[in-house]
Design a protein around this ligand. Structure first.
Ligand code: ADP
Length: 473
């Protein structure tokens, strides 16, 4: 725990385990109610001075944090692989992506502009200034344990807000490493704080009810997001919510099915499917089913599961046993209702994998709307393939979900792609592109996938208030 520039210990401890081996790799304190109070007080006091700093100063500190992250890229990535399980190469990519937000918002800090607005009255002038929202409570998930922190903290700090971070229970060590970076970069005491806790609702509830916290930024599941949003609304707090997804991927008949299968296998099995933008419903035209399934299956079969620190490993473990159970129950339900397992469909229990939470890369064909996997978010390495006949049908099926985060299209016809882009109700759409994310581009969802956008120019707006000055001359 890091409160008011100090590292606090001496509380009951929570163990952190490596999901590939089951080994305990560290401990973090479980915060007391007094710690929560102290963190909010520290952030509130620090805000009084921090808000007066210049954008140039805040930019400089963010830039320093970026430099430190880049310098420690390998150590951070190794820690991430041990704590979260993804292959080292994927961790290196995530550290880079995480650092990108520091650099982007170091730049955007200096581009928070106001406005001068003409008045209808001769002796009146309007001036609009942007000011920081205030103390921000940030709750982050375990699947991207570093980039989800910088995606929130960089714009908040750039805007002049102070922050209390509560990272996920499974990945507090990555969060601790990030706090060390913010401390070393020179952020003053109280500007960045971190609470670790066993029961996250204790901190979440405090963020939503304490009048000193002005904004909640949350990335996690839709049910938890809805609960927190309800509580925050009752106390009139600003919120940003990055919640679940159930991304459709549509392979149109004019696309190359082998190329599409290659791309979709890369994005589907990335992070072992534990991503809110993972393609969860793959719609393939009936004429292209055979070559598509053949390529997807062969790619799934070639992925080597194992400890992400081992060279050549392409797929890591799931985060815990519960995650395995959920994936397995979705697969069993689909099979019971008629889906065919093209490959995978079981937990991997080979000798060196049995202590971890490994599930085989899985391809299901013949998936239909009656199956749980068609409706529920799948946070695992399962690619469900659904057959379709017409463009209108597939667009309707793709939109038939409570979620609206990401979607993917494969097409070589510009008008088909443009029609689909416009018709799909999702916040992020990859068109022949499996990685439509960047610190410079707005990330966020529609419908039950959330509120607000992170990254891009819009990302800093989430942490700014608009203040109007009306001047009578
Ligand atoms: P996941 O299923 O991906 O773990 P969660 O929504 O449970 O998603 O977790 C995302 C983040 O939300 C984590 O930091 C977790 O500790 C936190 N969280 C979970 N439940 C609550 C809650 N009731 N109040 C506040 N934070 C919560």
């Amino acid at each position: 725990m890091y409160i008011n520039g100090e590292w606090l210990t001496g509380r009951p401890e929570l163990s952190v385990t490596n999901p590939a081996t089951g080994e305990v790799i560290g401990q973090v304190p479980d915060c007391t109610d007094q710690d929560i109070e102290a963190a909010i007080t520290a952030a509130d006091c620090a805000f009084k001075e921090w808000r007066k700093t210049t954008a140039y100063h805040r930019s400089q500190l963010l830039y320093r944090a970026w430099e430190l992250m880049i310098r420690q890229k390998r150590e951070l990535a190794e820690l991430m692989t041990r704590e979260q399980g993804k292959p080292l190469k994927a961790s290196l990519n995530e550290v880079q992506y995480g650092a990108d937000f520091l650099l982007w918002f170091a730049e955007e800090a200096k581009r928070v502009y106001g406005q001068s607005i003409p008045s209808a009255r001769e002796n009146q002038r309007f001036m609009v200034q942007k000011s920081p929202v205030g103390v921000v409570g940030a709750i982050t998930p375990w699947n991207y344990p570093i980039s989800m922190i910088t995606r929130k903290l960089a714009p908040a700090l750039a805007a002049g807000c102070t922050v209390i971070l509560k990272p996920a229970e499974s990945t507090p060590l990555c969060a601790k490493a990030m706090m060390e970076i913010f401390a070393e970069a020179g952020f003053p005491a109280g500007v960045v704080n971190m609470l670790t806790v066993q029961d996250p609702s204790r901190v979440g509830d405090a963020f939503c009810t304490d009048p000193r916290v002005r904004k909640l930024t949350f990335t996690g599941s839709t049910p938890v997001g809805k609960k927190l949003n309800g509580l925050a609304a009752a106390n009139m707090k600003r919120v940003s919510m990055e919640l679940g997804g159930h991304a459709p991927a549509i392979v149109f008949p004019d696309a190359d099915p082998v190329h599409a299968a290659k791309g979709l296998s890369l994005v589907k099995f990335l992070n072992t499917g534990q991503a809110c933008i993972s393609p969860n419903r793959i719609f393939v035209h009936e004429d292209q089913l055979e070559p598509f399934i053949k390529e997807l299956t062969s790619r799934a079969n070639r992925l080597v599961a194992g400890n992400g620190m081992t060279e050549g490993v392409g797929i890591g473990p799931l985060i815990n046993n519960q995650a395995i159970q959920k994936v397995d129950s979705q697969v069993k339900d689909a099979v019971a209702k008629g889906a065919k397992v093209e490959t995978g469909g079981l937990r991997l229990m080979d000798n060196d994998l049995s202590d971890g939470y490994f599930y085989a890369p899985t391809v299901l064909s013949g998936v239909t709307p009656e199956m749980k996997i068609y409706r529920e978010e799948t946070f695992g390495p399962v690619a469900p393939v659904i057959t379709y006949r017409s463009e209108d049908d597939v667009i309707a099926m793709a939109n038939d979900t409570e979620y609206g985060l990401a979607a993917y299209i494969y097409s070589n016809n510009m008008t088909t792609a443009m029609r689909a882009f416009e018709a799909l109700d999702f916040g992020i759409i990859g068109i022949n592109d499996i990685n439509p994310t960047s610190a410079s581009a707005p990330f966020g969802g529609m419908k039950n996938s959330g509120l607000g956008r992170e990254g891009a120019q819009e990302g800093i707006e989430e942490y700014l208030e608009t203040k109007l000055g009306g001047f009578a001359l």
